[in-house]
Write a protein that binds this ligand. Structure first.
Ligand code: NAD
Length: 367
């Protein structure tokens, strides 16, 4: 049987720097855990624009459709700010999400104990936090028609439409319940059923899907209360499922509970392929960080945790994902810090490659 395949798209800015460290981790799994991947690498974003005049070449798009998982670094940078909208680096990313139909966006908010002081909340509120937000990614008010700015009388009116079909809600809900089955078996669905018909339908469909998962405890919450609860007592949640707009806001809010942007992974999943694996793209939440690009300062952990998500959700190696997460937890507990994780007490930050060295050493020690 052939090895599982990964397409690596390092992108721009710190993307290639953090991805270099992930490639070392992938190689480690091949050498030490007999877990080899067929890895290919290609261009996306500004790098693709420089080479091909487009932020994602058709051949790269075709490759992304064929592999078991795409791993993306980051796109964008000041050099590309004045480009026409149609060829901006971000269009490459959006094309991947759209054509792979990645409808379920997974954003974990996990607080490593060693970093609990970084949160703007009290340490005991966030220490040990481990929640997952599932955001519907391909529908809702960002895509609904009619939309636009029209003239009405002597003024203009801005219009967007919140629109969800039952099947769109159902597939997002199902992915949340599947996740909950691998975690603590709790799903909280968030909408505004008190004021929005789409929220009423959302609640009905999620409830119906929940009947297929009797082991999972389902609760419902209005999204505004959800925002308050996330900041008041985030540990009450396991999996949160919500629509595109609320998910955009709630996932950023939850992510910041945990401290640095350099620590946050994400996964975007679509329908199962013929081999049963979901279409999938994994990427850190952060951007290309032009302010530190090329200086060896970037924190590679968000990108490594994205690969850990790939191990768990695409390759069914939950125990190996936990091994990598455990290695990262250990180096942080031992005091290893890149510049973004330096506290007021100061010290000498590790470079991107030195953080990679420390994590590889912790992986070795885990054997
Ligand atoms: P950013 O995430 O790139 O950076 C914000 C701040 O966080 C910067 O100070 C940066 O140095 C720091 N930072 C981010 N990641 C870090 C890491 N791994 N280690 C250490 N520090 C880190 O956001 P921005 O500055 O708003 O955007 C820069 C460029 O990235 C823009 O072109 C933007 O469009 C693009 N962007 C891309 C993505 C993506 O590819 N998914 C996401 C957001 C922004």
């Amino acid at each position: 049987m052939s090895n599982p395949s990964i397409l690596i798209l390092p992108g721009d800015g710190i993307g290639p720097e953090v991805m270099d460290q992930v490639v070392r981790v992938i190689d480690w799994y091949g050498a030490k855990r007999d877990l080899a991947f067929d890895v290919s690498t290609d261009l996306v974003g500004g790098a693709a624009y420089d080479a091909h005049g487009v932020p994602l070449h058709d051949d790269t798009m075709a490759k992304a459709q064929e592999v078991d998982a795409v791993l993306l670094g980051a796109v964008g940078g000041p050099k590309y700010d004045d480009l026409d909208f149609s060829v901006k680096p971000e269009r490459g990313l959006l094309r991947l999400r759209k054509e792979m139909d990645l409808y379920s966006n997974l954003r974990p908010a996990q607080c490593f104990d060693a970093l609990a002081d970084f949160s703007s909340l009290k340490k005991d509120v966030v220490a040990g936090l481990d929640i997952m937000i599932v955001r519907e990614l391909t529908s809702g008010v960002y895509f609904g028609e009619p939309r636009g700015i029209i003239e009405e009388g002597n003024e203009r009116v801005g219009i967007n439409t919140q629109r969800y079909t039952e099947s769109e809600i159902e597939r997002a809900a199902r992915s949340a319940f599947e996740l909950a089955m691998r975690r603590n078996k709790k799903v909280c669905s968030m909408e505004k059923a008190n004021v929005m018909e789409s929220g009423i339908l959302w609640r009905e469909v999620v409830t119906k899907v929940g009947e297929d998962y009797p082991e999972v405890e389902l609760s419902h919450m209005y999204a505004d209360n959800g925002a308050m609860q996330l900041v008041r007592a985030p540990k009450q949640f396991d999996v949160i499922v919500t629509d595109n707009l609320f998910g955009d806001i709630l996932s950023d809010c939850a992510a910041m509970l945990t401290g640095s942007l350099g620590m946050l992974p994400s996964a975007s999943l679509g329908a199962p392929m013929a081999n049963g694996r979901p279409k999938a793209m994994y990427e850190p939440v952060h951007g290309s960080a032009p302010d530190i690009a090329g200086q060896g300062k970037a924190n590679p952990i968000a990108c490594m945790l994205s690969f850990a998500m790939a191990l768990r959700y695409s390759f069914d190696h939950g125990e190996e994902a936990a091994r990598l997460e455990g290695a990262i937890e250990k180096v942080l507990a031992d005091g290893a810090r890149t510049g973004d994780l330096m506290g007021p007490e100061g010290g000498t930050p590790l470079s991107t490659a030195e953080m990679g060295d420390a994590i590889l050493a912790a992986l070795d020690a885990s054997l």
